[in-house]
Structure formats: structure tokens, C-alpha cells
Design a protein around this ligand. Structure first.
Ligand SMILES: Cc1cc2nc3c(=O)[nH]c(=O)nc-3n(C[C@H](O)[C@H](O)[C@H](O)COP(=O)(O)O)c2cc1C
Length: 233
């Protein structure tokens, strides 16, 4: 059985194509999960709508607690880390992380950054090797091959690698660095572009992104089948 953690970060609660002013990134995550469950209904999904219910920003108490060794944690420190512990537990439990996110002001929306700050945790998702002061960080989510699927929506065009605006896109590069830092290295990207342009251009981009989602689902599920066959042989 495969377990998926789905995060939606858009400030818009509806789904494009269905709801007025709906979200394109939610359209993509919804399509991914629907397609996935159609052929693998036994798989499970934990859902977090961080766009509508953002994680807390980390603060002084969080930092003081996160860098205190487990055995010295006082009750107030455990309390300060409770939300982070929950979010980290959800991430560790997942095999596939599906993130739907808008590009806001050339980067990730604040709720997604809040989630990243809560889950990049010394001792839980990244180890610190004191004997190696020049490169002490050791990713901890390496117990099994987790995948991340980053499904993005953008108002403009040309933000993909190699595009004219790529140098101004700090969303996927930032997210990728943070995920790789904790050990999630199999990362897949699909984006809708031209939400602000609209018309034919947007329609084509949406259709293409939906097709890419379907191909990615087929590809990931095919790899799971192959692994299952190899393990049973
Ligand atoms: C506050 C804000 C900032 C935005 N900044 C950018 C941007 O930097 N580049 C861009 O191409 N589009 C930008 N957009 C447009 C969104 O990326 C676009 O509307 C996208 O479809 C939003 O995702 P959603 O459809 O999932 O809500 C911005 C939109 C908002 C509301």
C-alpha cells in the first residue's frame, strides 16, 4: 500500500474548471489524486489544506525547543513543537508528497513556507553530524524512496527551466533545495502557465498539464508494480 500526503497551498479554495475563481493548482492535485485512486483505491491519502488553514510561523520558543536535545526537552518545549511533530509525522508516514502551489511574487506562498519551516527539523528530518563541521547536515528521510510531486500554477509564462522568466522563479528551486536537504530527492514538476493571460494559451497549458499528470501517475504506478513483482519473485 502506498500512502500519499497531499498539500494544497492556494489561497483560493475552489477548483478551476468547476468553481468560479477556482484554483488551477488545486485542479492539478485533485486530478492527480482522482487518477491515482481510480487504479489504486487501496492507497491512502492524508490531506492538508494549508492554503485555508496555514501552519503556524515558527517563533522564539519553537527555535529554542527544536535545537534542544530530546532528553532535555521541558514540557513547554514539547508543547512548542507539537504542531511541528504532527506535520513531520505526516511527512515521514508518506511515500508520495503531492504539493499544489501557486507562484506568488516569484516564490512560494507564505503557508507553504510555514509548512517547510515546520518540517525541516534538526534531529527529526535532518541529522547534525558534529564530527563534520564543514558539512554537518545528514538527510534523515532516506529510509525509503519517497517521491515529491510539485504541481504549480502561474499567472505569467516562461517560468519553466530554460524559459525567459526562469531566473525569476524561486518557487520550485527553493522547494527542491529544502526537500533534498531532508532526503526527498525524487521530485517531479508540472505547471500550468498563463492564468493571467487566459484564452487559448491558458486552455492549452491546462490540457497539457492534466495530460502530464496522467502520464506521471501511470509512470509512478508502473514503477510500484514492477517493484512489487520483483519483491514477490
Ligand atoms: C499575490 C499574488 C502574487 C502573484 N505573483 C505571481 C508571480 O510572481 N508570477 C506569476 O506568474 N503569477 C503570479 N501570480 C498569479 C498566480 O500565480 C496565478 O493566479 C495562479 O493561477 C494562482 O494559483 P491558483 O490558481 O492555484 O490559485 C500571483 C497571484 C497573486 C494573487
Amino acid at each position: 500500500m502506498t500512502h500519499i500526503l497531499q498539500l494544497d497551498a492556494s489561497a483560493r479554495p475552489g477548483i478551476a474548471g468547476k468553481d468560479e475563481h477556482g484554483s488551477h493548482s488545486r485542479h492539478l492535485t485533485h486530478h492527480f489524486i482522482t487518477r491515482w485512486q481510480f487504479s489504486r483505491p487501496q492507497d491512502t491519502v492524508t490531506y492538508r489544506d494549508i492554503g485555508q488553514h496555514p501552519p503556524s510561523f515558527i517563533n522564539h520558543d519553537w527555535i529554542a525547543s527544536a535545537f534542544t536535545p530530546e532528553e532535555h526537552l521541558e514540557p513547554w518545549m514539547k508543547n512548542a513543537l507539537a504542531e511541528s511533530d504532527q506535520l513531520v509525522d505526516e511527512l515521514i508516514a508518506s511515500d508520495i508528497l503531492v504539493i499544489g502551489t501557486p507562484l506568488y511574487n516569484f516564490g512560494m506562498p507564505a503557508p507553504l513556507k510555514a509548512w517547510v519551516d515546520q518540517v525541516v527539523r534538526a534531529g527529526r528530518t535532518v541529522g547534525i553530524d558534529e564530527s563534520n563541521p564543514t558539512d554537518p547536515y545528514v538527510p534523515k528521510l532516506t529510509d525509503r524512496p519517497r517521491h515529491a510531486v510539485i504541481l504549480t500554477a502561474r499567472g505569467g509564462i516562461g517560468f519553466d527551466p530554460g524559459g525567459e522568466m526562469a531566473h525569476m522563479n524561486h518557487l520550485e528551486p527553493n522547494l527542491t533545495t529544502a526537500l533534498e536537504f531532508i532526503g526527498i530527492t525524487r521530485i517531479h514538476y508540472i505547471a500550468i502557465e498563463g492564468q493571467e493571460v487566459g484564452g487559448e494559451l491558458l486552455a492549452k497549458s491546462v490540457a497539457e498539464a492534466l495530460r502530464k499528470v496522467e502520464a506521471l501517475v501511470a509512470n509512478l504506478q508502473g514503477a510500484l508494480m514492477e517493484t512489487a513483482v520483483a519483491e514477490s519473485a
